[in-house]
Design a protein around this ligand. Structure first.
Ligand SMILES: Nc1ncnc2c1ncn2[C@@H]1O[C@H](COP(=O)(O)OP(=O)(O)O)[C@@H](O)[C@H]1O
Ligand SMILES: [Mg+2]
Length: 790
């Protein structure tokens, strides 16, 4: 046979009759048996590229063959070929994430039918890392046949990619525009035990979709043994649960140790324990769980210092130690370091080296690190909690659940018997820890989720088939916010504005702000601000250079608000040609800035799709004012007012006493501020804060409530005065608005506002509307009282 002129590869061997041998010859989708799949995997030709397999492929295949999932391939294919929905449980590291999607591809043959196989992950890191590993395992370049899709980063190729790892949030976004998810032949919801918001909603959707699409296969995988709950949930008939595929694991025994007394300082105790293991225990790597970036970097530094001291004091009995941090905002190349081997001994006869990985709970199930023998578990993780009453969502360091503790311990016994050191007492473990971590849907702000659900056409939010139903109050709060933002009308229907808002992968507040920004002639700037708010912290503050870093930050600070400062930073970065050195010299993270640039261009594309103009006012003096006014349109629910004592603010909507976060760059204490986050650490803080004027706020509320206030009989002398002046302003604004644009979303917004007011005047309303009206009148009264008080 002739050499293929288009590739440098050697010719593909041909069969006796001269035709090219197709490895999948005779395969019928979903009738494939394990022995056939194994034959192709163990063959010489890659069935997806028709190129010969590389030696690297064969080497990895030998490793894969030892994974528990691989050894159960026959059982898997029997079950997969027969059932539409499978629930799968197995220990972390048994091969669920990397192997099952490949098995499915060998049976679905999605590449021959223009379909895709999706595997969802709760975390971006896991989606990227799994896709990379699986691309290697399948001997294809990442981003071609195997790719990943995470928010603001699409590493797939239309028409070529047939196996896609993606965050659960991305699949949910796709469902908004294609409720049948018709591109997918099989959907694997991985790590459902994490019970993230998006995974929970996807479970509800897929349960219904399975009836509409009998050809769709669904696999639900979980690391822990709450399988029966999911089996029942996905049972197609009432008393017939979905079948369970249980990965039989060959884990080694793990010895668990507790402390005798509670530890007053868990970080200090953790460092002590790691060093104790390094000094006294057999060779083997250590995994320490801490709660967040700062804590982890700090601990790594301390461990390294002390380990070096040990090595200098006693070079014969302790080996070298490397300490590797792991958290989700770390760049991917650095995350890959967890797979590096432990350091070699310093001399051929010297003590062996040891690797210590200090990680957030992403090492609990999302990423598997081989070679871990010792686990140090202080018993804490950062968890999101939401209080709908004061509508505050915060990340709190909280005790983990028993299930988490067990999962953490399980990381120790993967390759040989392991040890787990729990830095709490056995009694606390038995009596204080909850059985399971609460699903995120029960502890989150649901504004975004509700917008997505409404866009998906879910009419009855209360009776949507949740695995665990969220509190009605949380749903109410979400509806209320979306209604104020004019994304939903008073009957809970999606407005045209809401439909556009849902297209932006942003919080509804930010989406709204972006959509209305052309009206304030600052959409260029708001786009930058939104992009900067969507990436990790850009400020670097190395421990030994805090002063210099703070001084550099001061130079870039705009005194009227942190949002303006972010804009300023980005503009300087752009003026300096995106220069790495400029960023470095100014103590800025070039990676975060580059990410902001990418996010900005992606959001810009969505704006163009909806005809949202990119404009900047030519008048520099008013630019910052316009920007701040646009900010009010998105963040009007997150407003605080100065209260007596210096640095104390009171949030308007919920009456929380808060302070400006130390990172805040305001040089004075303005009466009114809007803020992006409420954070609860040593005390409640508001973070990313910008000064606003009360009158802008009054405008906004009045244009929102409009004539409704008349109908509820608000009669306040001061108020009617304010009303008159502001309504003139509102009118002139509207006139300007209309003169500028005929068909853009801002007109939609105006129309929306009007119809909203009209419908509010009607007094016959359903329960939900009545409730909403109640909340609204309470809010309006409180707000006006504060605004109009002298
Ligand atoms: N990025 C990677 N680099 C090297 N090995 C990996 C990588 N990801 C996974 N592995 C290997 O594959 C095995 C199975 O991992 P995975 O499929 O993620 O298991 P599970 O999903 O069951 O927790 C791991 O134990 C590890 O040996
Ligand atoms: Mg996994």
């Amino acid at each position: 046979m002739a050499k293929n002129p288009y590739t440098n590869a050697p010719p593909v061997p041909s069969s006796p009759n001269g035709s090219v041998k197709e490895p999948f010859f005779g395969f019928i989708p979903r009738k494939v048996a394990a022995k056939d799949a194994r034959r192709v995997m163990g063959g010489d030709i890659n069935p997806f590229t028709k190129q010969p397999f590389t030696p690297q492929y064969k080497k990895i295949l030998e490793v894969r063959k030892k994974l528990p999932v691989y050894t159960q391939m026959d059982e898997f294919y029997r079950m997969f070929n027969e059932h539409q929905i499978i629930v799968m449980v197995g220990e972390t590291g048994s091969g669920k994430t990397t192997q099952i999607p490949q098995f499915v591809c060998y049976s679905d043959l999605p590449h021959t039918r223009g379909k895709l196989v999706a595997c969802t992950q709760p975390r971006r890191v896991a989606a990227m890392s799994a896709a990379k590993r699986v691309a290697d395992e399948m001997d294809v370049p990442l981003g071609r046949q195997v790719g990943y899709s995470i928010r603001f980063e699409d590493m797939t190729e239309t028409g070529t990619t047939f196996l896609k790892y993606m965050t659960d949030g991305m699949l949910l976004r796709e469902a908004m525009n294609d409720p049948d998810l018709s591109r997918y032949s099989t959907i694997i919801l991985d790590e459902v035990h994490e019970r993230t918001l998006a995974t929970d909603i996807l479970m509800g959707l897929l349960k219904v979709l399975a009836r509409r699409r009998p050809d769709l296969r669904i696999i639900i995988t979980s690391a822990t043994l709450d399988a029966l709950k999911f089996q029942r949930y996905f049972g197609l008939k009432k008393d017939k649960p979905a079948p369970l595929f249980q990965v039989r694991d060959r884990a080694h025994p793990i010895e668990v140790f507790y402390t005798q007394e509670p530890e007053p300082d868990y970080v200090e105790a953790a460092i002590r324990t790691v060093l104790m293991i390094h000094r006294a225990e057999e060779p083997g790597d250590i995994l320490l769980f801490l709660t967040g970036e700062e804590e982890i970097e700090d601990a790594c530094r301390k461990i390294k210092l002390e380990a070096n001291d040990l090595l200098n004091q006693d070079p014969d009995s302790v080996g070298p130690l490397v300490c590797i941090p792991l958290y989700s905002s770390l760049p991917p190349q650095q995350q890959q370091r967890i797979f590096d081997p432990a350091p070699a001994p310093r001399t051929p006869e010297g003590a062996p080296g040891r690797k210590v990985v200090v990680s957030t709970n992403i090492a609990e199930t999302s990423l598997t690190i081989d070679g871990i023998v010792y686990v140090v578990d202080p018993g804490f993780s950062k968890q999101k909690v939401y209080n709908p009453r004061i509508r505050v969502e915060s990340l709190l360091v909280s005790p983990i659940s028993k299930a988490s503790a067990q999962q953490r311990a399980g990381r120790a016994g993967r390759t040989r018997p392991g040890k787990c050191f729990r830095l709490y007492t056995e009694k606390d473990f038995m009596t204080e820890l909850e059985e399971q971590t609460h699903p995120e849907i029960l502890r989150s702000n649901l504004a975004n989720t509700v917008l997505v659900l409404v866009k998906l056409g879910i009419k009855d939010l209360v009776r949507f088939g949740y695995v665990d139903t969220p509190a009605p109050e949380t749903l109410m709060r979400a509806l209320e916010l979306l209604n104020y933002l004019a994304a939903l009308d008073d009957d809970g229907n999606l407005t045209p504005l809401g439909a556009i808002m849902a297209e932006f992968p942003l919080d509804p507040q930010m989406a709204k702000m972006l959509i209305v920004s052309p009206e304030f002639k600052c959409s260029n700037e708001i786009l930058t601000i939104v992009a900067m708010l969507s990436v990790p912290n850009v400020w670097l503050r190395p421990v030994n250079k805090r002063k210099e870093a703070d001084a550099a930050k001061q130079m870039l600070t705009v005194s009227d608000g942190d949002h303006l400062t972010l804009l300023n930073v980005y503009n300087h970065y752009a003026q300096n040609m995106h220069d790495r050195n400029w960023a470095w010299n100014n103590f800025l993270s070039q990676r975060a800035l580059a990410e902001a640039e990418n996010v900005r261009s992606q959001l810009q594309r969505i704006m163009e799709r909806f005809d949202i103009d990119l404009i900047s006012t030519q008048d520099e003096r008013t630019l910052y004012t316009y920007i701040r006014q646009a900010l009010v349109c998105g963040y009007f629910m997150q407003v605080a007012h100065k209260e007596g004592e210096k640095n104390a603010y009171l949030t308007v909507k919920d009456n929380q006493v808060v302070a400006l976060h130390p990172s805040c760059g305001l040089d004075s204490r303005p009466d009114w501020v809007i803020f992006k986050d409420f954070v609860l650490t040593t005390r409640p803080y508001i973070r990313t804060v910008t000064a606003v004027k009360a009158e802008w706020y009054v405008h906004f509320i009045l244009s929102l409530l409009g004539s409704w206030i008349d109908s509820c009989g608000a009669s306040h002398a001061g108020f009617s005065n304010t009303r008159r002046t502001t309504s003139t302003l509102v009118h002139s604004r509207m006139a300007r608005r209309n003169a500028h644009c005929k068909r853009s979303p801002r007109n939609v917004l105006v129309a929306q506002g009007r119809s909203q007011m009209r419908s509010m005047r009607g007094s016959h309303c359903g329960t939900m509307r009545a409730l909403q009206a109640q909340v609204r009148s309470r809010w309006a009264k409180e707000m006006l009282k504060i605004l109009l008080s002298p």
